[in-house]
Write a protein that binds this ligand. Structure first.
Ligand SMILES: [Zn+2]
Ligand SMILES: [Zn+2]
Length: 141
């Protein structure tokens, strides 16, 4: 599917625009909410089908994190993710993995030839860490 084909219907255009503006890796339900603000009354099935088509054609990427609902990513090139286990925030990053220290030994040990990697670093985002500190602070008072 070419960009012109994507842009050939207002529904597809709206879905693509919503994802292009989203830095937060929204779920399908979140994409639907945002598309509804642009095109009130748009059908959920249409939005979900469009997401599938856009993933298949490589215009957007699908991010599956365990059993949680799939998220959609405007960034289709190689990148890594910081994932907050508390609020579920997902941030795009480019982790500089030391091939020599990390991948080479694995290749040797498993006689595996690595062609790439996809890092997911779990933890607590800035907002959640801050909220936690505040809670601890007030507990001490
Ligand atoms: Zn968080
Ligand atoms: Zn991403």
């Amino acid at each position: 599917m070419t960009v012109d084909e994507v842009r050939s219907t207002p529904q597809r255009r709206a879905v693509l625009d919503v994802i292009a503006k989203a830095a937060d890796h929204p779920t399908a339900a979140e994409v639907l909410d945002r598309v509804c603000e642009i095109l009130p009354g748009v059908g959920a099935a249409t939005v979900y089908r469009t997401l599938g088509m856009l993933v298949e054609s490589g215009h957007i990427a699908e991010l599956r994190l365990g059993t949680a609902a799939a998220r959609y990513d405007r960034e289709v090139g190689h990148h890594d993710h910081l994932i907050c286990d508390n609020c579920g925030a997902v941030v795009d990053v480019h982790a500089e993995l030391d091939r020599h220290a990390v991948i080479d030994p694995l290749e040797t040990r498993h006689r595996f030839r690595a062609t790439g990697y996809d890092l997911r670093i779990h933890g607590s985002c800035a907002a959640c860490s801050k909220a936690n500190t505040h809670r601890k602070d007030s507990a001490n008072v």
